[in-house]
Design a protein. Structure first.
Length: 304
């Protein structure tokens, strides 16, 4: 029989860009190793992978690539297992211990973030910590209190922000009118939920996964289509607060004691192409291909 192991596993990442109604050629973003997570801001693709899969994730690399597969910049940041958002060279990464950090691909600076969830929504940096959702837009910071929830994130739309907040058993949708939260809908959910949301033509499309059996991982995927109310008396008032973010500046070939795992240890640069940026509406479709390479050929038959 064949032997299965981590050394036989390769996870490749491919991409194709949609121009109008035509898909471009398929490009290999990786040719070896194991791609674990990716994101795109419509201009570049941000990828975390390991040259060789391990259970410790001590050799993870964060890359910035063009849609044609050219590596613009690479940072060695050990123990990164996920990317939760990216915008204009800024990337939110998640470490194996569940913590988050904001990585500046241009400078190599790593900023740990106190958050139970963090990411980007249409260019807005957000993070949720201790019952407060903070949304950052340039130098402005909006703090929204959601004390009974464990997680929350915003979805930007033409009339402001829709807030998705949840805790075990409850998933809620709010509209932020600039001053107060306006409840839209509550959903009773299974114990564990992982929601995602988008807004098209003033309609919210909300999906979530509800974990029913924690032993075998079985659950259900749900979808809700919720028309959004047209806001009235919308205020432009912005609440600013002091953000409790510990900042660690990591230069090349250094590590930092402020993070439980080593941060930037090396940095590889390439000259960014001089071509014009892709429009933000260009959809980058990334297809994850799982290739299982068996060390011992399956065609090898056991001796009778």
């Amino acid at each position: 029989m064949g032997h299965y192991g981590l050394n036989n596993l390769t996870i490749l990442l491919q991409a194709s860009v949609l121009h109008g109604n035509t898909w471009g050629p398929v490009v290999n973003l990786t040719t070896s190793g194991d791609a674990m997570s990716y994101a795109s801001d419509g201009k570049y693709i941000y990828l975390v992978y390991e040259p060789k899969l391990t259970l410790t994730y001590n050799n993870t690399i964060l890359e910035e690539l063009t849609p044609t597969g050219v590596v613009v910049r690479a940072l060695s940041i050990p123990r990164v297992v996920g990317i939760t958002g990216a915008w204009n060279g800024l990337v939110i990464v998640q470490f194996i211990n569940g913590t988050y950090a904001l990585v500046n691909m241009n400078t190599g600076v790593v900023e740990p973030i106190n958050a139970s969830i963090a990411g980007f929504s249409s260019g807005l940096l957000y993070y949720f910590y201790n019952g407060t959702l903070t949304v950052v837009n340039g130098t402005q910071r909006l703090a929204i209190s959601l004390p009974i929830y464990a997680y929350a994130f915003p979805v930007a739309w033409s009339h402001g922000l829709v807030i998705i907040a949840w805790r075990p058993g409850l998933l809620s949708v709010f509209n932020w009118n600039g001053t107060v939260l306006q409840p839209i809908r509550n959903y009773t959910t299974a114990f564990t939920i992982i929601p995602r949301a988008s807004i098209i033509d003033n309609t919210l499309y909300l999906t979530w996964f509800g974990l029913v059996n924690t032993t075998n991982g079985h659950g259900s995927i749900y979808m809700a289509i919720q028309p959004l109310p047209h806001p009235t008396n919308q205020s432009t008032t912005t609440t600013t607060t002091t953000v409790n973010v510990a900042t660690t500046t990591s230069s090349v070939n250094t590590s930092t004691s402020s993070v439980t795992t080593p941060t930037t240890s090396s940095m590889t640069n390439s000259v960014k192409p001089s071509h014009s940026a892709l429009p933000t509406w260009v959809t980058v479709a990334v297809i994850v291909v799982l290739v299982l390479i068996i060390a011992l050929l399956m065609g090898r038959r056991r001796k009778q």
